[in-house]
Design a protein around this ligand. Structure first.
Ligand SMILES: *Cc1c(COP(=O)(O)O)cnc(C)c1O
Length: 368
C-alpha cells in the first residue's frame, strides 16, 4: 500500500529506515546492446524485482544516496555523480552493462520529480533515500554475463537514523572466524552480495549487543578494513591548535564510501586537519593512538564507536576477547561532532556548499 503523506500532521520523524511504496519508481531496460529512455512505473518495486532475479547468477549492483529539502526550499541530491561513477565501476567489474552518468542523473531527477511530495520538509531531520539497483534479466542457465539488464531507481522517505543527530557511542566486535571480503575479491564494489557475507555474523553480533561488526584484513588479520556496512575512520587527539589527524584505511577490499570521501574533504579543507588514507594496523588502536573512532555511510552519516572488542583465536581453538575502550567510551567526541555538523549543515543548506556537492544547483521541481 502506498505511503500516505498528505496529512498536515504527518510525522516525518517516525518513518524509520525501511522500504515503503511511493508513487512510482523509474526503470531503464538494456536489450539488444542499448539502454532505453527509462519509464516511470507504479507497480510495487519488490514484486518486479523478485520476478526478474531468479536466473542471473548474482549479477546485481546497487547504490544508496539521499535528497534533501534544503533551507532555501529547493530539493537537491548529495553528490549523485559520485554514486553514478561507483555503480559504473561495479558494473564494469561484474561485466554488467553500466548506465551512463547522464542516465543515472536523469533517472534520479525524474523519479524525485514524480515523488515530490515524499521529500520530507526542511527541518524535519528526514530525507528522501534513493536506491538505484541494476541486475541481469536474461533468463539463462549457462554461466556467462547477462545480455539484458534492468536499472531501477526507487525512492523512500526516511527519518534520521538516530533522532537528532549522532547516537551515543556503540560497541563494535571483531568476531573470530568470520571474514567480509577476500583480499582481491569483491569487497570494493557495491554488488548485491556486498552485505550477505555479513548478514549472519552481524545477526549473531547484535544478539550479543554489538550493533556493528568490524573486520580486519582477511589474509593477515593485522590491518583494519571496515565495518560490515560502513567505512572506518579514526581521529587523533586535537593538538594545541585544535587540529587533528583524520585516519582511514587504504585497502583494495573496502568499499569506497562517498561519506568517507566527503568527511575527508571536510576535515582537510574546512577544518584544516591532516588526512591520512593508509594501512592502519589494529595495534594502533591497542596503543591508544586514536581518541575517537567512527563508522560512516549515507544512512547514518557517522556512528561513534566507544569500544572495540577483539576476539582472538588461540592455538587450542579457544577464543579470548580483548577489550579496547575508545575515548571515555560513553560520550560523543568533539572531533566527530564537528565533522558531523559541518557535513549535515551542507546537506541541509545551513552552511555554504564550497564544493558544489548539492545537485542540481537550481533544485528539482515537480513534473507537470
Ligand atoms: C555502501 C557501503 C558503505 C558506505 O558508503 P556511502 O557511499 O558512504 O554510503 C560502506 N561500506 C560498505 C561495505 C558499503 O556497502
Amino acid at each position: 500500500m502506498k505511503l500516505d503523506v498528505s496529512s498536515p500532521n504527518f510525522n516525518w520523524g517516525e518513518l524509520g529506515f525501511r522500504y515503503r511504496q511511493t508513487n512510482s519508481h523509474i526503470i531503464f531496460r538494456f536489450k539488444d546492446g542499448k539502454w532505453d529512455n527509462g519509464e516511470l512505473v507504479n507497480e510495487p518495486y519488490l514484486q518486479m524485482h523478485i520476478a526478474a532475479t531468479a536466473l542471473h547468477y548474482g549479477q546485481t549492483g546497487f547504490e544508496g544516496l539521499k535528497a534533501f529539502r534544503m533551507k532555501d526550499g529547493k530539493i537537491r541530491v548529495f553528490r549523485p555523480q559520485a554514486n553514478a561513477e561507483r555503480i559504473i565501476t561495479t558494473c564494469e567489474y561484474t561485466m554488467m552493462a553500466p548506465p551512463t552518468v547522464e542516465m543515472f542523473l536523469d533517472g534520479v531527477k525524474r523519479v524525485i520529480a514524480a515523488n515530490i511530495e515524499y521529500v520530507p520538509p526542511y527541518g524535519s531531520g528526514a530525507s528522501l533515500y534513493i536506491r538505484p539497483v541494476i541486475f541481469g534479466t536474461e533468463a539463462k542457465v549457462g554461466l556467462s554475463s547477462s545480455e539484458e539488464y534492468a536499472f531501477v531507481i526507487f525512492v523512500v522517505p526516511v527519518s534520521d537514523y538516530y533522532k537528532g543527530g549522532m547516537s551515543n557511542p556503540v560497541k563494535s566486535l571483531i568476531m573470530a572466524n568470520t571474514d567480509r571480503a577476500a583480499p582481491f575479491g569483491t569487497g570494493h564494489i557495491k554488488i548485491g552480495g556486498n552485505y550477505v557475507a555479513t548478514v549472519r555474523s552481524s545477526y549473531l553480533a547484535k544478539k550479543r549487543e554489538y550493533p556493528v561488526l568490524l573486520f580486519l584484513d582477511s589474509a593477515t588479520r593485522t590491518y583494519i578494513e571496515e565495518f560490515a556496512t560502513s567505512n572506518f575512520f579514526a581521529l587523533t587527539p586535537a593538538d594545541s591548535n585544535g587540529k587533528r589527524h583524520y585516519v582511514t584505511p587504504k585497502s583494495h577490499s573496502i568499499l569506497n564510501s562517498v561519506t568517507n570521501m566527503s568527511l575527508e574533504k571536510v576535515a582537510k579543507d574546512i577544518l584544516g586537519w591532516e588526512v591520512e588514507r593508509r594501512r592502519i594496523a589494529f595495534s594502533e588502536v591497542e596503543e591508544g593512538k586514536f581518541d575517537e573512532i567512527a563508522a560512516c555511510g549515507t544512512a547514518v552519516v557517522i556512528t561513534p564507536v566507544g569500544e572495540i572488542d577483539h576476539e582472538i583465536v588461540k592455538d587450542d581453538g579457544s577464543i579470548v576477547v580483548n577489550k579496547h575502550v575508545i575515548g571515555d567510551g560513553k560520550t560523543v567526541g568533539a572531533g566527530l561532532s564537528e565533522l558531523y555538523h559541518t557535513l549535515v549543515d551542507i546537506q541541509n543548506g545551513e552552511r555554504e556548499d564550497p564544493f558544489q556537492w548539492m545537485w542540481p544547483a537550481n533544485g528539482i521541481e515537480a513534473e507537470n
